[in-house]
Ligand binder design. Structure first.
Ligand code: MF3
Ligand code: CO
Length: 256
């Protein structure tokens, strides 16, 4: 079932989204050579709690942390730990916060120091693919119109889209219907209606689309070991332009 949010629901989603975005910004600022991923997780956890919210990911299906931190060939769901960020790494930060009955969910990929041009480009294209999808996020269009716009932009640039994981409705639950894949055929499928809130989240590989899950049961990595980037916002479908519910001031969202 797709839940349509009332005005009051949307107010709560804005509160959740604002905290979630601020948590992502805080984590992104910590992305520097020498910083451990568990230090970022701690800071994010403490920030979310200080705002009177709850980290959406913590204990979700047994997930042990408040943020997913995925480095280089890690696509998503990297678990924070003792690993330290190195010069030249790209670091994807994915975070969610829950307050007043609703979740926010957003992600971005950040640069640690100097990153090779080829990899910077991957991150920029991943971010822009979200905005290409966003242009289609209008009442009367269909979910796969968003999906197709993302896929076309990514593939035009010679990269590949991950298929096993998709965007999703967000609201009282972190994962609601509909699924929002990053690939698809326009003109068919679920119609977008004002009041729908969805997380649009391209996961883009520099090499092939194939992924696998590590022994820890969470970390998704590229099969070919090449880098991958992620970018995500929670958005509201309106009668006009879509609203980003997880906005970051002057967002590069990508370490720029
Ligand atoms: N942010 C992820 C998503 O968009 C969910 C993280 S899974 C968790 O679907 F287990 F880490 F919470
Ligand atoms: Co999500």
């Amino acid at each position: 079932m797709i839940t349509l949010k009332t005005g009051r629901d949307v107010d709560a989603m804005r509160r959740a989204g604002k905290i979630t975005a601020a948590a992502r910004a805080l984590a992104g600022e910590m992305v520097k050579p020498g910083v451990s991923t568990k230090a970022i997780d701690r800071a994010v956890h403490d920030f979310i709690v200080s705002q009177g919210a709850r980290p959406s990911f913590l204990h979700y299906q047994g997930y042990p942390a408040s943020v997913c931190i995925s480095i280089n060939d890690q696509v998503i769901h990297g678990i924070p730990g003792a690993r330290r960020i190195k010069e030249g790494d790209i670091v994807s930060i994915d975070v969610g916060a829950y307050i007043d009955g609703f979740h926010g969910d957003c992600a971005g990929t950040y640069f640690a120091g100097q990153v090779p041009e080829e990899v910077r480009r991957l991150v920029q294209v991943t971010r822009q693919s979200f905005f290409e999808g966003l242009k289609m996020a209008r009442a009367g269009n269909r979910v796969p119109d968003i999906s197709h716009a993302i896929q076309a932009y990514v593939e035009e640039h010679g990269y590949s889209v991950v298929r096993e994981y998709v965007g999703h409705g967000v609201g009282a639950e972190m994962h609601e219907e509909p699924e929002v894949p990053n690939y698809g055929t326009p003109g068919h499928g679920v119609r977008l209606i004002p009041g729908m809130t969805i997380a649009v989240e391209p996961m883009v590989n520099l090499g092939g689309a194939a992924i696998r899950v590590l022994q820890d049961g969470w970390t998704v990595v590229t099969e070919d070991g090449k880098p991958s980037a992620h970018y995500e916002n929670t958005i509201l479908i309106t009668r006009g332009d879509p609203e980003i519910l997880t906005p970051i001031q002057g967002d590069g969202g990508d370490g720029m």
